[in-house]
Design a protein around this ligand. Structure first.
Ligand SMILES: C[S@@+](CC[C@H](N)C(=O)[O-])C[C@H]1O[C@@H](n2cnc3c(N)ncnc32)[C@H](O)[C@@H]1O
Length: 273
């Protein structure tokens, strides 16, 4: 191989390795965000009305066992995510840092706080069967069954999608069209599905969910984002422009403010998060 080709191949390999590490440690951002939400960091900073120091944040959190170094690491991750500004010019700050929320906590972090409380509250303890509608390769269903092995899990998606889904004990892959019918289950989670369809199609899907769940105890759990709609290239579905432009936080906020009409016979459909 020519020297230039070898160099290009090495660079590509290094970039690939870097991307793998980036993907592996991506969860750190989610964990840091979860900590900030649970510790109400944005609310604390906001309540001061100006940038505040790490020890001010720690003192307002008020936990006797709080580790300042760990808090500093969390805040640095969040600052890198551009959720907070770090101002190294402020005077009187420990480690020369002061933090300012980049977002209005009332608009976003409290929504996240609410989201973190609206996970599937009743839990899966009394649930016997779950169908993940549009579940793709079944990764969500696998996680649910891993955590709750008593559950009979069905991963439902288009036939060509489930054809390549990996086998997992306790999870059955079923191919079909959610616009036609959905397999029966106690609970139907639908993650990142509804935003992609017109209101008419969403109503069709919800009606099929309604038929698939027990009348009194069945639940549909929708996890999704919102935004402005545009016509999709296939002429049937829709896409939301803001999915590509806005941050996830503001998408969640917009979604939670929007009032998507639910068909009148959907009284047992529970919209959650
Ligand atoms: C954005 S992906 C979401 C996948 C998964 N729920 C997640 O959150 O990672 C949308 C999924 O819906 C599936 N889908 C699209 N049309 C469908 C239909 N008519 N019936 C069943 N599944 C469908 C797609 O194949 C795809 O796996």
């Amino acid at each position: 191989m020519a020297r230039e080709d070898q160099t290009a191949a090495n660079e590509a390999m290094l970039e690939g390795q870097g991307n793998i590490w980036f993907c592996l440690f991506r969860f750190v951002e989610t964990m840091a965000l979860k900590c900030a939400v649970e510790l109400r960091v944005a609310d604390i900073i906001d309540s001061h009305g100006c940038p505040i120091t790490l020890s001010q944040i720690a003192s307002d959190i008020g936990s006797p066992s709080l580790d300042l170094n760990s808090l500093a690491r969390i805040m640095n991750v969040l600052a890198r995510m551009k959720l907070f500004d770090v101002n190294s010019q402020s005077t009187g700050c420990d480690k020369g840092l002061a933090f300012r929320a980049h977002v209005r906590p009332s608009l976003t972090f409290s929504t996240l706080n609410h989201l973190s409380q609206s996970d599937y509250k009743d839990g899966f303890d009394s649930v016997e069967s779950v169908v993940d509608v549009g579940g793709g390769s079944g990764s969500t269903m696998i996680e649910i069954v891993k955590a709750h092995p008593h559950i009979k899990g069905t991963n439902f998606d288009l036939p060509h999608v489930v054809a390549t889904a990996p086998a997992y004990p306790g999870v059955t892959h079923v191919g079909g069209d959610m616009l036609e019918s959905i397999p029966h289950a106690d609970v139907i989670p639908m993650q990142r599905i509804m935003h992609n369809w017109s209101d008419e199609d969403c109503i069709k899907i919800l009606k099929n969910c309604r038929k698939a769940i027990p009348e009194k105890t069945g639940k549909v759990v929708i996890l999704d984002v919102g935004g402005r709609r545009g016509q999709s290239s296939n002429g049937r579905g829709y896409w939301r422009e803001e999915v590509f432009r806005a941050t996830k936080l503001s998408k969640f906020q917009r979604w939670s403010q929007s009032s998507r009409p639910i068909p009148s016979d959907q009284e047992h459909v529970q919209l959650s998060s």
